[in-house]
Design a protein around this ligand. Structure first.
Ligand code: IVH
Length: 698
């Protein structure tokens, strides 16, 4: 593959993982693997800068901003850290520091790297006034209501030498115990448990209801102090002060004199960190003197005075007892390994507790796809190695062939038929996953689509969970999301089912009593108020996640316009590429889907965006046409659109020779900009546009 192709492929892959990680709270790969991909892309871009993409993921600092909360700009940007994975990289960091400081003596502070979410807290006149997530590093979500629930975080501070305004930063996390308790409860309610404590923390800090957040045992370690007035001359002094003001600072930090001592610290914590009540994934090394930090400065995304060292994920042997084949919402068939500890090989499956790995017991691990089975060359009964990649989804990394007994092990044969409905499996060219094509009648696909539809980010029908959907499906009451809206109390009252949980080996009874039925129907009724973008996300169109759904809904504004859109119109939407466009076209080309969507409309779901009222302000833009593209600092695109319309202008969807102005924000597609330039269209920044309006008012 040519370097150009490699760069393109890697960028797309990383962007996909970025999207999963930052917007869906999911990850298919470990941090280590992700960082490796990033490092590979970085080095390719350095060697072949001419092929580096303008919107390469290496230019990104982090995630994007969730819309549900007020967005707040950080006064001091929230950067991230460069990662290292071995002693050599740590030593070259030290070399860079030594050179950067011209041979002057310096010391480091070593801290644990906590695995949660980065938070920033502002204090004014001693009182906590705001808590914000990192977001994209420049602006984050205001989650003050939830951070106030952190028991260890002082709501007000007293002491000498405290500036009238300051910021503290730290890692918000969910301790293992709270995590396990929460997942148990979610399981009881038939909801999907969180994959790991970091996702649980991230989801909980972003809850709308702080009463719920307060029950979740969230916590935070503080590791940075920022203020306009220089008060401390070293990081360690600021940590001591924070501690003395009542902030929770992890006691594990240490001041060291040289890089050998840093490496000692790394070794010391390698095992010890696993005994802590919360997840850690490495250590952070910081130059102690603030003056020296200033001297070393920053790159675009991280400080040159600090670095992180990531521990390799813990790896343990286990016995592969069986392989199950799971069919997902999209029909993809994933092999899943059933595992047990070496000491449990003779126990019945219900009694198996699993392998102790990075703080939890692991009984199942994904095997991804048929290729992975071939690659690993595993047999049933083998001793395999399991790893919790990035402490997320456990996976099998290899086989201990020395332990293999050919007579006691058995070859694994990937099924040729769907284990759920018996349909012949298929595989698309160029794709690794086998899938079941029986979209309309394969039970997990049908149930999966309904489960997706009721998801928090979709119709948010929390009174229905996985177990209840299963019951409704098994009784033939619900086959599509639209069927939910036909349910009546008499269909539901008195229904009962025992549901066996393979994971826990326990059976749970679900019964629909009066109160349950009332809640379910109330939740279904309430979902009719959910905005169009949620409905669109809930349909489960391939590649249309919550963010894409929002973009489509903002652009097309109603169902009919979206259904009528062709490939060109779809790809004209900022950040919508060919793959998404094709998937949307395929979805609406299917008469079964169209009928379902129309049934949803009939049922009274929101099939258009709530329009911002156009208040006529003037006619200074009369006869002028605009295209709005990219992301803006002070306005949403919708707001800009209504501003233009309020002043007599017209907003078009695509750049053409007739266009007067292109209102260009950050991250807009370079091809659009190029086209506008070629056609001689005037390009306006957000500031230009505001000035244009103001000039007209004067
Ligand atoms: S210092 C300029 N210290 O790691 C960045 N970060 O990859 C300053 N983290 O976003 C961060 N433990 O969420 C720092 N002791 C620690 C940390 C820590 C965890 C997280 C933090 C940050 C990420 C950087």
């Amino acid at each position: 593959m040519s370097p150009e192709q490699q760069i393109q492929e890697l960028s797309a892959k990383i962007e996909r993982y970025n999207f999963q990680y930052y917007q869906q709270n999911e990850s298919e790969i470990s941090d280590f693997e992700f960082d490796q991909l990033m490092a590979k892309l970085k080095s390719l871009e350095e060697r072949y800068p001419e092929y580096s993409l303008p919107d390469s993921p290496t230019h990104r600092v982090g995630g994007t901003v969730t819309k549900n909360f007020e967005t707040v700009f950080h006064i001091y940007p929230m950067l991230s850290l460069d990662n290292t994975y071995n002693e050599e990289e740590i030593r070259s960091f030290d070399e860079r520091v030594r050179k950067g400081l011209d041979g002057a003596p310096y010391e480091y502070i070593c801290e644990l790297k906590f695995d949660g979410i980065s938070l920033s807290f502002t204090y004014e006149n001693g009182r906590l006034v705001r808590g914000v997530t990192r977001g994209d590093g420049t602006r984050g979500d205001d989650i003050t209501h939830n951070v106030r629930t952190i028991r260890s975080l002082p709501l007000s501070v007293k002491g000498t030498n405290i500036p009238s305004r300051f910021e503290v930063r730290g890692e918000g996390f969910m301790p293992y115990r709270s995590f396990e308790k929460l997942n148990e409860q979610m399981d009881l309610m038939g909801e999907n448990p969180y994959a790991n404590p970091r996702n649980a923390a991230s989801g909980s800090f972003k809850l709308q209801d702080s009463a719920e957040a307060s029950k979740r045992g969230l916590d935070c370690y503080l590791y940075a102090f920022l203020s306009d007035e220089p008060i401390f001359d070293s990081h360690s002094k600021s940590l001591e002060a924070l501690q003395s003001w009542g902030f929770k600072v992890s006691p594990g930090y240490r001041r060291v004199d040289n890089i050998d001592q840093v490496i000692d610290y790394i070794h010391e914590w390698e095992e010890k960190r696993l005994t802590l009540p919360l997840a850690t994934d490495g250590i952070v090394i910081k130059v102690n003197a603030l003056e020296q930090q200033q001297e070393l400065g920053y790159t675009a995304k991280s400080p040159r005075w600090a670095i992180s060292y990531k521990y390799k994920a813990e790896n343990k042997p286990a016995i592969l007892r069986a392989v199950h084949y799971q069919v997902g919402r999209t029909g993809a068939v994933t092999p899943v390994a059933n595992l047990c500890d070496l000491t449990e090989r003779n126990l019945p499956y219900g009694k198996v507790k699993g392998v102790q790995l990075s703080g939890t017991r692991v009984k199942r691990a994904t095997l991804h796809n048929a290729n992975e089975l071939e690659r690993l060359e595993i047999r049933l009964g083998d001793t395999v190695f399991v790893e919790k990649s990035g402490e997320i989804i456990p996976k099998i990394t290899g086989v201990d062939v020395s332990q293999r007994d050919f007579f006691l092990t058995e070859a694994i044969v990937f099924p040729s038929e769907c284990p759920e409905c018996g349909t012949q499996l298929q595989r698309n060219e160029g794709e690794v996953a086998y899938f079941c094509p029986n979209e309309t009648a394969c039970p997990p696909q049908v149930k999966g689509r309904i489960e997706h539809f009721i998801h928090r980010k979709a119709m948010d029908i929390s009174s229905l969970g996985e177990g209840k959907i299963e019951l409704l499906y098994d009784l033939g009451l619900v086959r599509t999301p639209a069927d939910l809206y036909t349910l009546q109390p008499q269909h539901l009252l008195g229904l009962e089912k025992n549901i066996f949980n393979e994971e826990t080996g326990k059976t749970k009874k679900i019964s629909f009593r009066e109160k349950t039925v009332e809640n379910i129907l109330k939740g279904i009724r309430k979902s009719k108020e959910a905005p169009f973008k949620n409905v669109l996300f809930g349909l489960g169109i391939r590649f249309v996640g919550a963010t894409v759904a929002e973009k489509l809904s903002n652009y097309f504004r109603n169902l009919e316009a979206l259904i009528a859109a062709d490939y060109e119109q779809l790809t004209a939407v900022p950040e919508i590429g060919g793959r998404i466009a094709q998937s949307v076209l395929d979805y609406f080309a299917n008469p079964i889907n169209l009928a379902m969507v129309h049934a949803l409309k009939e049922a009274g779901l929101q099939m258009q965006t709530a329009d911002l009222p156009v208040v006529i302000e003037g006619d200074s833009l009369s006869g002028k046409t605009f295209v709005i593209s990219g992301v803006f600092e002070n306005y949403e695109r919708d707001e800009l659109k209504s501003k233009i319309e309020a002043n007599g202008g017209k907003v078009l969807s695509g750049v053409s020779g007739k266009l007067n102005y292109l209102l260009a924000g950050a991250n807009m597609g370079p091809s659009k900009l190029e086209k506008a330039r070629k056609l001689g269209v005037t390009i306006l920044s957000e500031e230009d546009f505001v000035q244009m309006l103001q000039a007209a008012v004067r």
